[in-house]
Design a protein around this ligand. Structure first.
Ligand SMILES: [Cu+2]
Length: 458
């Protein structure tokens, strides 16, 4: 029995639990207890004419009338309730990157929900267990939808103030536009088979090389979010400022100097504390040797800032490495550029353990690449058999990076690990969230040409 969209919407909008038909549809979970009525946010996705190139308008798509989208904020442990309204000409969803939430709020089409059609709405309601910097984006036709601007920050504040008096969110994104501001192809097969298709125009908060005013002499929490489809930024500061990393991808670390370059892959975030220089001085925020933007120190009354204590850990279960089962995941390149897609289907270029995901096949999630027993600990042995790097992201759960063939690792929790070329890495987790979870590369071209799989926890 196929579930019609009307029935689906009725089940979500009404309070009645709806029995769902056979087959894959059993994954659609309905009728959970709801928190109080109302929303914290009404978020509309709609076309937006944006001036990315001076004097030209680009036909972007935006959440809440801006790119990046509305900055959503919630307090750790609280509910976040977002009524999402689709005013785009295409179906879409919202995925909440890095948030540990129930499957039916995860925004993956045909796995956790049906796509939200033009003119329809969907109520996303979930608790946010972990403080940190997160983000949201569709999980449908991702190269175009993220490429046109459907990305936004989601900030979960610590339960108690973390000791930062000042903060700024800087969302990094490149745009696939030409000199006239017209969109270029978001995915080119020969690029998808390599690093991914890069945008040409780099922006911070939607602006090319902006100047951001920050208080002189103060320590500012700078939340850097890589919301790009493809680019890995090699983050560094130039100027009389000191930068320390306090959290990676939402999870606290023992604070350490930013150092030469921090590699921030697609989907990844860094919480950087920056000690601003005296008034009038500037600091360049750079990607390698390229300036992304300028941090300008402006007058601020009051004593100089002190470095805050480390951020409190999030309540993520500690994997038991002694009893953990080891699972191997081999990332391979299989395609050739001639394997271009037909019938509107993207080419198949990448796979995990010999299986390529097909974004046009709604049944892929019925064939999980691994079945995990709820409550058990696992070590994922990630092996990159390619000469390209892949930011490997898992939905629904946070994992702990414990070892790498390329770097010395001080173990830390994250949702995305940038797996370097030919690298082997070990990450561990407790399989504590039941559901069918996407496990994929966050280079969107790679994900859409095979580098995605489902992991079941039951
Ligand atoms: Cu990849």
């Amino acid at each position: 029995m196929a579930l019609t969209r009307r029935q689906w919407l009725g089940g979500v909008a009404g309070l009645a639990a709806l029995g769902v038909g056979a087959g894959g549809a059993a994954r659609y979970w309905l009728g959970r207890a709801r928190p109080g009525a109302g929303h914290d946010y009404v978020l509309v996705a709609a076309p937006l004419a944006m001036e990315l190139v001076s004097g030209r308008l680009s036909e972007a798509w935006a959440f809440g009338g801006s790119v990046p989208g509305t900055e959503l904020r919630a307090r750790q442990g609280d509910w976040l309730r977002v009524r999402f309204i689709n005013h785009l000409p295409v179906p879409t969803t919202i995925h909440w990157h890095g948030i540990r939430l129930p499957l039916e709020m995860d925004g993956v089409p045909y796995v956790s929900q049906l796509p939200v059609l033009p003119g329809e709405y969907f109520d996303y309601r979930f608790k946010v267990p972990d403080a940190g910097s997160y983000w949201y984006h569709p999980h449908v036709a991702s190269s175009e939808q993220l490429g046109r601007g459907l990305v936004g920050p989601l900030i979960v504040e610590e339960r108690e103030p973390a000791g930062f008096a000042h903060e700024a969110t800087l969302s990094l994104k490149t745009w696939h536009v030409d000199e006239q501001g017209a969109f270029l192809p978001f995915m080119v097969a020969r690029e998808a088979a390599r690093n991914g298709t890069l945008g040409r125009l780099a922006t911070v908060n939607g602006i090319t090389r902006p100047t951001v005013d920050l208080p002189a002499g103060q320590i500012v929490r700078v939340r850097l979010l890589n919301l790009d489809n493809t680019a890995t930024y090699r983050i560094n500061l130039r100027g009389a400022a000191e930068g320390r990393l306090y959290a990676l991808d939402g999870n606290p670390i023992r604070p350490r100097a930013l150092g030469q370059d921090y590699w921030l892959g697609p989907g990844m975030r860094a919480c950087l504390a920056v000690k601003m220089p005296p008034e009038g001085q500037e600091v360049a925020l750079r990607d390698g040797s390229m300036r992304l933007g300028t941090l300008r120190a402006v007058a601020h009354a009051g004593p100089a800032g002190e470095w805050p204590a480390p951020l409190p850990p999030n309540p993520v279960a500690e994997p038991d490495l002694a009893s953990a089962e080891v699972l191997n995941f081999n990332v391979e390149w299989v395609g050739s550029v001639s394997a271009t897609g037909d019938n509107g289907r993207p080419p198949s270029l990448w796979q995990i353990n010999g299986q390529a995901w097909d974004v046009t096949d709604k049944t892929c999630a019925d064939r999980p690449i691994a079945r995990l027993v709820r409550g058990k600990s696992y070590i994922f042995e990630l092996k990159n058999m390619t000469q390209y790097q892949h930011p490997i992201h898992l939905h629904g759960m946070t994992f702990k990076v414990i070892a790498s063939s390329r770097h010395s690792i001080e173990p830390y929790f994250t949702d995305t690990y940038l797996l370097g070329k030919h690298e082997r890495a070990q990450v561990a987790l407790v399989a504590d969230n039941p559901g069918t979870w996407m496990f994929h590369c966050h280079v969107v071209d790679h994900m859409e040409t095979g580098l995605m799989a489902a992991i079941e926890v039951a």
